[in-house]
Design a protein around this ligand. Structure first.
Ligand code: ZN
Ligand code: ZN
Length: 373
């Protein structure tokens, strides 16, 4: 992957904020910038005429840093990674330098430690979303990875959907999904698998339970795999037994909204416009009060990334710093409207799409017509 190009972009972004350095503590950002996939580390960036980077981690990763880290010196810290990362910046930057830290990914304790450990000459400044904004636009190689993750999840869905039957528990459906995920080569699940049947399908985040699937009603399945470091995210809803007119109406309203959302995606379009177009359809069907979440989110190294596709904030569009206002080519987002009627059931349909100059490419290949089991 193009780590050095990403590092150059991060340094350019620092320059725009009049910062001379950055302490990167969020592991997905560290991975993105230098390739390190370990579970503990701090990346220091010293900008300036001759920018330098150094990754500090512990002895467990001595071999791994040699294999993975690109464009940064790998250092096994003798004391703490944070202490040495701060000291290194003190040595690498002139007195009076302004150094950013990732304020949206830091505990109060780490912030205090960073303040204590930083050499007196450095001025620490909170920075939010600097690396995340770079990550929003996927490089072609990243899109290829995401495509593989999406296709893997879709083939798992194809493999398990026929096994859903009355009496089978939600957990055993989730187990089958997760077992196949590993068997088919993925590193893990993007998030806790959601299988919610019958009345539980009205729970937006209905984690799989020991509840057996009933002979009648919806089953919502929302899951994703991590493959090559990139997440996928998909939701399909099937119906057990013959659906009532009401259930059919709800399903077709959600599908119509999902397609309207997809059709509105294009580079240059406001992110809130996509939410608006999907929500408008659900409102038209009189179900607006039951669509209780946003329409979508970015996906990449993490399952929830910017941009969010949600309602425009009422007063000022700047109320949500770090989020993009407009879609750009190369973003990968989900489109996932849903309707959830407490005591009855719910429907969600979710695809991942790649934003292009002329519209979007739907990455998820799984069909969306209502499947009746
Ligand atoms: Zn999902
Ligand atoms: Zn999602």
């Amino acid at each position: 992957m193009a780590h050095k190009g990403r590092q150059a972009k991060a340094i350019e972004a620092l320059g725009k904020l009049r910062l001379h350095g950055l302490v990167v503590t969020h592991l997905p950002n560290i991975r993105y910038l230098c390739g390190f996939t370990g579970s503990s580390g701090v990346l220091s960036i010293a900008a300036g005429a001759r920018p330098r980077l150094a990754l500090f981690t512990d002895g467990r990763y001595a071999t791994q840093i040699k294999e993975e880290v690109v464009g940064a010196r790998g250092v096994i810290a003798k004391t703490s990674a944070l202490a040495e990362a701060a000291a290194w910046l003190g040595k690498s930057l002139p007195k009076g330098s302004r150094v950013g830290f990732e304020s949206d990914h830091m505990t109060v304790a780490i912030r205090e430690a960073l303040g204590r450990l930083s050499p007196a000459g450095l001025a620490l400044k909170p920075v939010a979303g600097l690396v995340e904004r770079l990550r929003m636009i996927k490089e072609p190689a990243e899109v290829t990875q995401i495509r593989s993750a999406v296709n893997l999840a879709s083939s798992i869905y194809d493999a398990i959907v026929g096994d859903i039957a009355p009496g089978v528990t939600e957990i055993s459906i989730a187990a089958e999904i997760e077992y196949l995920c590993r068997r088919m080569g993925a590193e893990g699940m993007s998030f806790e698998t959601i299988v919610a049947s019958g009345k539980r399908s009205a729970l937006v985040h209905g984690r799989a339970t020991a509840t057996p699937v009933a002979a009648n009603g919806f089953v919502v399945m929302d899951f994703g795999v991590i493959l090559g470091g990139y997440c996928s995210d998909m939701t399909r809803t099937v119906h057990m037994g013959r659906p009532t007119r009401k259930s059919e109406r709800i399903y077709s309203a959600v599908l119509e909204a999902q397609l309207a959302g997809i059709n509105s995606v294009k580079a240059g379009v406001d992110t809130s416009k996509v939410d608006y177009e999907a929500r408008k359809v659900i409102q038209k069907h009189g179900l607006g009060g039951y669509f209780t979440h946003s329409t979508g989110h970015g996906v990449g190294i993490e399952i929830h990334e910017i941009p969010g596709l949600r309602k425009a904030p009422k007063r000022t569009r700047k109320a949500n710093p770090g989020a993009a206002d407009r879609l750009k080519a190369g973003m990968v987002v989900t489109i996932e409207p849903g309707v959830y009627i407490p005591g009855f059931g719910g429907v969600r349909i979710e695809d991942m799409v790649l934003v292009t100059e002329t519209g979007c490419e739907v990455l998820t290949p799984t069909p969306k017509e209502l499947i009746v089991l």
